[in-house]
Design a protein around this ligand. Structure first.
Ligand SMILES: Cc1ncc(COP(=O)(O)O)c(C=O)c1O
Length: 437
């Protein structure tokens, strides 16, 4: 069945190369392929399925909405679905955290939210420059690509590095506090860094290799920005929606970003993106940033149902922290077993990475996992980090079973064992090989 994909789909296809199965149904933390094989999902749609596949609450809400002919498309006209979502988001997320944000609905993918955020920052501050960070990942449309660090995604002909400078993220230079460099360069008229409209960051860099910014570093960056009339944008697309334990990933630091981008798990698997803006930043003219699919009514329905189910109390947060401790303990144990290879575990809440310092080893590990029924991806500049993003709703038994598969896969990969199933090379290696041929 994969022949159809290989024959007709563009070479740009990626994950199908890493996970060569034809998936058919999914439920909670499980995927089932057309041949009946079941896979435990530690990838969760790259952070889109925090509430699990076909979450029953979202599914029921969606089925009844469709059954009663609820409106599916309305551009940005008012709908009951949208109003219910806004009210739930205000009541359950913004008000309890004393956050005063306007909501802007953009096109449904994460990159649309980032595009809107940087456009608005530039318009609001009447400056063109943006500061992003090393290993940042903000998407692939040309504006967001300019902020994305990894050279693999860039071609000089895209002209995509305009008006952006990348400075070192927290931890990029070991113990050195990189916020000091940001501050110095901003204050030095001869540094070559134009005064930016905004600084954009992920509090935990997901695609960049699970690099965790400390709360102190985030506070210093926020203060540096505020003192210089520079907007702070937090891209919470991958690590928001509860991934780190709290709804927003920046909550533990106490910072209040001027703009926040949210997407992925917001709609529980249905595409939806949201930009949160401090009211004073909201200088758009009516319809000035538009798009046919801004505001997906089906996703408003699932999003509101999920907020009501999981964010009325702190039960989910507590579970995320408990599960996070289990993951941390397991990964730290593995890293301790392989100190001579320099393995390091990093993460917060339920986003974790095991840096095995070698992209081909990481790929052997994920291949071994896949052959044993665990879907898990790599991240980082050279794909050297095995990345764990299980659904937040996974049971402890499922979590432990996935961690055990991973543990065995690592031991087998380190001792040179690879799964018996032949399988294409992972994305980057595969494309590099193709170029070299
Ligand atoms: C932090 C972050 N920002 C933006 C994006 C882009 O989102 P999308 O792929 O939906 O355009 C991603 C995707 O992984 C992401 O992780």
């Amino acid at each position: 069945m994969l022949d159809t994909i290989e024959k007709f789909e563009s070479q740009v296809r990626g994950y199908v190369r890493a996970f060569p199965a034809v998936f058919d149904t999914a439920d909670g933390a499980w995927l089932t392929a057309s041949d009946g094989k079941r896979y435990l999902d530690f990838f969760a749609g790259a952070g889109t399925l925090n509430y699990g596949h076909n979450n029953p609450v979202a599914k029921q809400a969606l089925l009844s909405y469709v059954q009663r002919d609820g409106i599916q498309h309305a551009l940005d006209m008012a709908t009951t679905a949208k109003i219910d979502f806004i009210n739930a988001f205000q009541r359950l997320i913004l008000q309890p955290r004393q956050l005063d944000y306007k909501l802007q609905f953009t096109g449904p993918t994460g990159t649309n939210a980032v595009e809107a955020a940087i456009k608005l920052a530039r318009k609001s501050k009447q400056r063109t420059h943006i500061v992003a960070f090393t290993n940042a990942y903000h998407g692939h449309s040309l504006g967001s690509l300019s902020l994305t660090g990894n050279q693999y995604y860039h071609e000089q002909f895209y002209g995509s590095h305009n008006n952006v400078s990348h400075l070192p993220f927290d931890g990029y230079m070991g113990e050195y506090d990189t916020s000091r460099l940001l501050e110095k360069m901003l204050d030095d008229a001869s540094s070559g860094l134009p005064k930016p409209a905004a600084v954009i960051l992920e509090t935990v860099q997901g695609e960049g290799g699970i690099n965790v910014a400390s709360a102190e570093w985030l506070r210093r960056v926020a203060q540096i920005c505020a003192q210089r009339d520079i907007l702070l944008i937090v891209d919470d697309i991958q690590v928001g929606n509860g991934r780190t334990g709290e709804y927003f990933s920046f909550e533990n630091s106490g910072i209040r970003p001027d703009i926040v981008c949210v997407s992925k798990s917001l709609g529980g698997g249905l595409p939806m993106s949201l930009v949160l803006l401090k009211p004073e930043v909201d200088c758009w003219l009516p319809g000035q940033h538009t798009g046919t699919f801004r505001g997906n009514n089906l996703a408003f329905i699932t999003a509101a149902a999920l907020l009501n189910q999981y964010w009325q109390s702190n039960e989910l947060s507590t579970t995320i922290h408990q599960h996070g401790r289990i993951i941390a303990q397991k990964l730290n144990g593995i890293a301790a077993r392989y100190t001579q290879r320099g393995f390091v575990a990093r993460g917060r809440g339920m986003v974790w990475g095991l840096d095995v310092k070698d992209g081909s080893l990481a790929s052997r590990i994920t291949r071994n996992c896949f052959s044993q029924g665990l879907v898990i991806e790599t991240a980082g500049a050279t794909d050297q980090v095995v990345k764990l993003l299980p659904p937040l709703t996974i049971s402890e038994t499922e979590l432990l079973s996935g961690l055990n598969i991973l543990n065995a896969a690592i031991d087998a990969a380190v001792s040179g064992g690879v799964d018996s199933q032949p399988r294409p090379l992972p994305l980057v290696a595969c494309c590099t090989a193709a170029i070299m041929v």
